[in-house]
Structures are given as structure tokens and as C-alpha cells.
Design a protein around this ligand. Structure first.
Ligand code: GLN
Ligand code: ZN
Length: 769
């Protein structure tokens, strides 16, 4: 740990902050505007208030430079598209008529114009709107939003640093516009885009910006030499401008690798890098490269995307090394604080002792200021904070919650045999056929059925104490009777209980496993006005009692057809939660897998012959760098096999994944050793079925033949055509017929008709195979 007195002040800074407000005021205002209950002026006023209070909060916390431009009504990548004039043709009229309505039209679509596609922002759970570009794209600078927000902050007396998505990342996140050759590479537009950035930089300089932050997280991914050259060119050109503020290129979400020398050599004044554990190589790489003489280094030492307190001693040690490597070092969180909730102090239901382990955006900001003070004035001045930090970390390490000897002993005793089915696929497949006696092309669904208003009312009534547990359970039972009765009538072969009792596929299990905590106010933006409250996986995981057996058994008691048990897989249980940082992810996954294994065993013992373990997050959790894929896939697939490997050969294990580019994980899908996989495929015309077949996938597949993402009812001919398309890739003995996932978001009328059409189409094809 450093305790030296440094001559120059070390400052704390953040790259961005939660936008929603303490009570999700932004969500309420935006949705109110959409419904016509809030005027455009009132919405603008709410937004300006929220920005003001963030700046005030950051300044009062001790930051002397606040970010601006990171605020967004919907998404910062969409804001960048507006800033560079990349408005899709189909939205231009709307944008010209009214900028705000046009903006929301791009985000949400209108009757006649589809919205921009949405996809995940790197490996976070934030989703951005994908820019659509083509050879005809004409960029034009529109710096109004950036200039307005900068001016607002300056008028309030703040020193402000505008935050922009950098030009290289912007182009790398874009896709060819509809109608453009799918091979078109948006990065080829760099030379056309740079003058637009130059104009924005000049405008911001004129408006008083001293520094600009250009976010380039795409440079922590594997990049080709051509892409690295483009980055070098971009920053050489922007650096060469005379009319510009100083440039801070911000990188985060991992190690820079081969992009480090490119940025270190670029004529920019500052570089922000990730120095959290996952990017540990950055420290050595930077030292090996000779540091950043003459530049401002912003050191992302505090993890900006988890919710745990920092380890100050470790951070100070890292910062101590970094102080020798640049002219000026700022202390920062590793990325924008957009990805964490606002305030851990609001969590009054969490045991105060455990609450002390948590740091949300406000707490992280305070940590940064503490670290900066310690580096500036010597650690003596933060002795109290350091002592408290040590005590909190020690209480976490020593807590019963994080160290359950029984869970640890069991996880340590796992053998390779536990992660293997007792028979290879061909043998157990025959046993399953005999056991289940299903027709060819068996029909099923992915698990949920429409979550009706009655169900939501029942949950609200229970929460408010208007009905008791028994009355609530009777409503669930009634719903299950209806769902099972309907499926029998519709003629489906493998039924589900419909997930009526589940609010969310992760939260439902998190509430029933030890080791998980729930938050009351821990909202983070998923996309637009959608916020989620991920559970916190804080301790060792075990399953005190069965979680799904009761309702599955009940559903099975109502029918002679097999009812599928329905569980959420270990990777998804981690991916959609905040996970502990005090042990490897693989260890946490193994604990969750063991808890699920118990559930699988109990379902089997209760007579469940088909058990589905959903893993929609398997692909999205793939690390950003290819070099890290194998290690991830090894523990991820092992966790799935550990959860499911203990069943009898004649018990059929299903898994399910949502739409994704599977490409490089096709072998891992095979490694799960599930008997059946269902996948979303309707919108991509069964492409995934062909990909699996081409990869030699040997087991059964159910590519979705009915797109449930719209209320549109597909007719039997259309479904039949999709089944026949799937049959060109998957032989009839191995093909299942099911819709895409997520019937819970649909209404009953369209669900009924669509499933009846699905069964009719399956029967037609069945007669011909
Ligand atoms: N079993 C879940 C459901 O049908 C699967 C959800 C999902 O695919 N994400 O709702
Ligand atoms: Zn899905």
C-alpha cells in the first residue's frame, strides 16, 4: 500500500451515472409522455432536473469534473446515431416532423416503421439500439444534445466532461441497413464519420469543454489488424485537429491488449483503462509499454458493474504502481455506473451487516473519492475508511452466508462421473422412447402460458394482504387446471404446467435458494424504460426444500400425458443476477448446479419423465475475448451436466435457448449432453436447425415454428412450411414441433389459435414422414 505524499492531486471521476432517478422518475415521465399524460415540456423538465441532481450529487461527493451527455431518454447509442445524423430512411419523416417523437419512433417503431434492432451492450445486461448504415449513409453533425447538456452543467458552475460513444466503437456496433449488402462493413465509413466528430468536438470546445471523453469499449474485444489501423487513423485525425478540447479515450470491460500500443501512441491527451481483476493484464501491459508519459491516465480500479465494496488495499496498491506510469492519474470505476443500481443505503430490508458489503453507484462514487484523497494526502487521512473497509471485507469472508461448510464439502466432492449421464445418448434415447411412447414430431411448448391480468391481480392481492396464501394457491391451481386442460384439448403431446406461479424465471428460484438476496430498489436499466432488479447472489447456495415439485406434480395429476418439469439453468441463474466476486464464477455455478441437481432428482422421484433446464444466457455470457471462451464453456457446460447428469437413462432432459448467433458455441451445445434442445428459430427461418445439423449435432431438436413475438396468428400452412424446412436439416426421428419461447407475454386468444394451428400442421407432416 502506498502512503507517500504525492505532490499533485489525484482526482476521482466517473464515466457515467444511472439516469433513472431515485424513484425511476425518468421511466415514469417517458412512459407518461408516450401515453399522452405528460407533455413534452414536462418530460424535458424532469430530465433536466434529474441531470441537475446527478451533477449536484457527484459534486457534493467530491468530484470536480462531472460527466455530461451520458444522460439519455432511451439509449446513448441511439443518441449517437442522432448526433451523427444516421437516421434510417423509414424514420426520417417522423424525425423531421418532431425530433422527440421521431426519436422514440426509432426506438419503439410505429405502425408503419419498424424500430431499430436492439442488442446487448457488450457483455452487460444493457441493450442498445443498433445503428443501421450503408454505402449511401450521409452523416451530418447534430451536436445540440451534447452542447445543451454541457451548457446546463456549466451554467450551474460545474466543470463538465462531455461523454460520447467513440467513432470506432460506434461503427463497430452498427450493422448494414435493411436492403444493404449484408457483407457491408460499417467501419468503411470511418473517413466520412470523422469530420462529423470533428464538428461536434469544435462545437463542444466553443461551448466551454476542456476535456471530452470518447468511449471505445469495442477496443477491448479481439480486433483485426485492419480494425486496429482504423482506430489508429481515427485518433491520429481527431488528435490532429486544432479546434478541439483535450481528448480522453475511455476503454472498459476488459484488457486492451493489442489496442493499447495504438492508443498509447495516438496524439490524444488521456486514456482510461480497466484495472479490475478481469483486466489485470492491463497493468503489466501498460508498464511493459513504458506507461503513458505526458498523458492523463484514468484508472478504473473500482469495479463499475458489480455491487460489492471495493478492496481498498488492493486498489491502492494498483494505483501506487500506476502513479509512476503517467503524468496525471485519476481514480475511476472501471466503466459507467449505469450498470449498477443507485443507492445501497435504500435497501432497508437487507441485514445491515450484509448491507455493508454492498456498493451501488453512490457508494462507489464515495469509494473513488476516498481512494483519491488517500493518494493525494497519504493514506493516514483515510485511516478510518481503510479500517472500516478491512472490517467489512473480513466480516464478509467470515460470514456464515458466504461459507456454508456443507455446501463447500459437497462442491469439493463433485466427480467427473457426477457430470455424466449413466448411459450414452443412443442407449438412453431408446429407453426414453420406450418410456414416453411419443408420436413422431412430438409437439410441446417452451414452458410459460399467458400471464393473465387475473394472475397479476392475484399476486398483487397476496402482496397487499387482500388474500392469504391459501387463496393465492387456489388461484394458481385453477390456472394450472385451465392450462393443462387446454393443452389436452389442443392435442399437444408433452404438456407444461404453464409457470403461473413464477414472476420471473430467475427471481422465482433466487427466492427459494439460500445465498441469494433480493433488493427493493436495486433497479438497473435493461433497455429504454425497462428496468430490472437482479437478485444478488451473495453467499453459498443450497436448496432447503423442493422448489417446483408441488405444482409439477399437481399438473401431472391432472393428465395422462407427460408434463415437463421446468427449471432455470445454472449459467442463467448467474447471468441475470449480481454474482459474488469473492470466488470464481465456476465455483458459484457449481453450487447452483448442485441445488438444481437436487430439484431434478426430486422431480424425477415425483414421476416427472421430462425435465427442461432453460439456459438462454449460455451464449450471451460468452467472454468478449476468444482466448477466454474455452475456460468459460468448460465450467458452464459442466454446471449444466452436473445439474442434469444424475437422472435415470429413461428420464428425458431438455434445454432451451433463445435466439442468438450460436456459431462458435455449437460444440458447447453438444457438450451439454441434453436429450432435446428447443431454440427460437421462426424469425430466422429455421437457420439454427441447419447450423446445428451442419455441426453434426446428434440429438433431438425443436426449432420454434411459431414466432410468438407478435400477436399475429400463423396459419397451419405457414407452420407446415417451417416444419418442412426444419426437416431438410433434422431427420424426422429427431425433430420436435414447438413454438418460440415466451408465451407468457401473449394473450390467450392468439395463443390458443396458434397452438391449434401448430398441432394441425404437425399432424399433417406426421402423416407424410
Ligand atoms: N421456460 C421459459 C418460458 O417459457 C423460458 C423463457 C426464455 O426462453 N427466456 O417462459
Ligand atoms: Zn427463449
Amino acid at each position: 500500500m502506498t502512503s507517500k505524499n504525492t505532490a499533485t492531486a489525484v482526482r476521482a471521476t466517473v464515466y457515467g451515472y444511472p439516469r433513472q432517478g431515485p424513484d425511476r422518475e425518468l421511466k415514469k415521465a417517458v412512459e407518461g409522455y408516450w401515453k399522452g399524460r405528460v407533455t413534452a415540456d414536462a418530460l424535458r423538465e424532469t430530465a433536466a432536473d434529474l441531470r441537475r441532481s446527478v451533477w449536484r450529487e457527484l459534486t457534493e461527493a467530491g468530484l470536480d469534473e462531472v460527466p455530461t451527455g451520458d444522460f439519455s431518454y432511451y439509449d446513448h447509442v441511439l443518441d449517437t446515431s442522432v448526433m451523427v445524423g444516421a437516421i434510417p430512411r423509414r424514420h426520417r419523416a417522423a424525425v423531421e416532423t418532431d425530433a422527440l417523437d421521431g426519436y422514440f419512433a426509432m426506438a419503439r417503431g410505429t405502425q408503419d416503421a419498424a424500430p431499430l434492432e436492439m442488442t446487448k451492450w457488450f457483455d452487460t445486461n444493457y441493450h442498445y439500439l443498433v445503428p443501421e448504415l450503408g454505402p449511401d449513409t450521409v452523416f451530418a453533425a447534430d451536436s445540440r444534445k451534447q452542447v445543451t447538456e454541457l451548457s446546463e452543467a456549466r451554467a450551474l458552475g460545474h466543470t463538465a466532461r462531455p461523454v460520447l460513444v467513440g467513432p470506432v466503437t460506434y461503427l463497430l456496433l452498427a450493422k448494414p441497413a435493411p436492403g444493404v449488402d449484408p457483407g457491408f462493413e460499417p467501419l468503411t465509413l470511418l473517413d466520412r464519420l470523422l469530420p462529423v466528430y470533428a464538428e461536434v468536438l469544435a462545437d463542444l470546445q466553443a461551448a466551454g469543454a476542456e476535456w471530452i471523453q470518447l468511449d471505445e469499449p469495442a477496443l477491448v474485444q479481439d480486433r483485426t489488424p485492419a480494425e486496429l489501423n482504423a482506430a489508429a487513423r481515427a485518433y491520429r485525425d481527431l488528435g490532429a485537429l486544432t479546434d478541439r478540447p483535450q481528448l480522453l479515450v475511455a476503454t472498459y470491460f476488459g484488457r486492451l491488449g493489442e489496442a493499447l500500443p495504438v492508443l498509447a501512441k495516438a496524439p490524444v491527451e488521456g486514456l482510461a483503462m480497466d484495472f479490475t481483476e478481469a483486466a489485470a493484464a492491463n497493468l503489466d501491459d501498460l508498464a511493459a509499454a513504458g506507461g503513458l508519459p505526458g498523458k492523463r491516465l484514468v484508472a478504473g480500479v473500482v469495479n463499475g458493474r458489480n455491487i460489492w465494496i471495493d478492496n481498498h488495499e488492493k486498489s491502492l496498491a494498483t494505483l501506487g504502481t500506476l502513479l509512476g506510469l503517467a503524468d496525471r492519474v485519476d481514480v475511476a470505476a472501471s466503466c459507467s455506473l449505469l450498470h449498477v443500481p443507485l443507492d445501497a443505503a435504500a435497501e432497508r430490508d437487507i441485514d445491515p451487516q450484509i448491507g455493508r458489503w454492498l456498493a451501488f453507484a453512490r457508494q462507489k462514487t464515495a469509494e473513488l473519492v476516498t481512494l483519491a484523497r488517500g493518494l493525494t494526502h497519504g493514506t493516514g487521512i483515510i485511516a478510518a475508511e481503510l479500517a472500516a473497509n478491512r472490517a467489512d471485507l473480513a466480516s464478509r469472508t467470515g460470514a456464515a452466508l458466504t461459507h456454508d461448510p456443507a455446501v463447500r464439502a459437497r462442491a469439493a466432492a463433485v466427480t467427473a462421473a457426477d457430470c455424466r449421464r449413466s448411459q450414452p445418448y443412443p442407449e438412453r434415447s431408446a429407453a426414453q422412447r420406450a418410456h414416453l411412447g411419443l408420436p413422431p414430431l412430438p409437439t410441446t411448448t417452451i414452458g410459460s402460458f399467458p400471464q393473465t391480468a387475473a394472475l397479476r391481480t392475484a399476486r398483487a392481492d397476496l402482496r397487499a394482504g387482500r388474500i392469504d396464501e391459501a387463496a393465492y394457491e387456489e388461484r394458481i391451481a385453477a390456472e394450472i387446471r385451465e392450462v393443462v386442460g387446454y393443452q389436452e384439448k389442443a392435442g399437444l403431446d408433452v404438456l407444461v404446467h404453464g409457470e403461473a406461479e413464477r414472476n420471473d424465471m430467475v427471481q422465482h428460484f433466487a427466492e427459494r435458494l439460500t445465498g441469494y438476496l433480493a433488493t427493493r430498489h436495486g433497479w438497473v436499466q435493461s433497455y429504454g424504460t425497462r428496468y430490472v432488479r437482479p437478485p444478488v447472489l451473495a453467499g453459498d447456495v443450497s436448496r432447503p426444500e423442493p422448489m417446483t415439485v408441488r405444482w409439477t406434480r399437481y399438473a401431472q395429476s391432472l393428465t395422462g400425458r407427460p408434463v415437463k418439469g421446468m427449471l432455470t439453468g445454472p449459467v442463467t441463474m448467474l447471468a441475470w443476477s449480481f454474482v459474488r466476486d469473492d470466488q470464481p464464477l465456476a465455483d458459484t455455478a457449481r453450487q447452483v448446479a448442485l441445488a438444481l441437481r437436487d430439484e431434478v432428482a426430486d422431480l424425477e422421484a415425483a414421476g416427472t419423465a421430462v425435465i427442461q433446464v432453460d439456459e438462454p444466457a449460455l451464449r450471451e455470457t460468452l467472454p468478449l475475448r476468444a482466448a477466454d471462451h474455452a475456460a468459460y464453456l468448460a465450467w458452464a457446460t459442466e454446471a449444466f451436466r452436473l445439474a442434469t447428469g444424475g437422472v435415470r437413462p429413461d428420464t428425458q432432459i431438455h434445454t432451451h435457448m433463445c435466439y442468438a448467433e450460436f456459431g462458435d458455441i455449437l460444440p458447447a451445445i453438444d457438450d451439454l449432453d441434453a436429450d432435446v434442445i428447443s431454440l427460437e428459430a421462426a424469425r430466422s427461418h429455421m437457420r439454427v436447425a441447419g447450423e446445428l445439423a451442419a455441426a453434426g449435432y446428434p440429438r433431438e431438436v425443436g426449432p420454434g415454428v411459431y414466432d410468438i413475438h407478435s400477436p399475429r396468428v400463423p396459419d397451419p400452412d405457414e407452420i407446415e412450411a417451417l416444419i418442412r424446412a426444419a426437416l431438410t436439416a433434422v431427420p424426422a426421428e429427431r425433430l420436435w414441433v414447438n413454438p418460440d419461447c415466451g408465451l407468457k407475454t401473449r394473450g390467450w386468444p392468439e395463443t390458443c389459435t396458434s397452438l391449434e394451428h401448430l398441432v394441425a400442421a404437425a399432424h399433417r407432416v406426421r402423416r407424410t414422414v
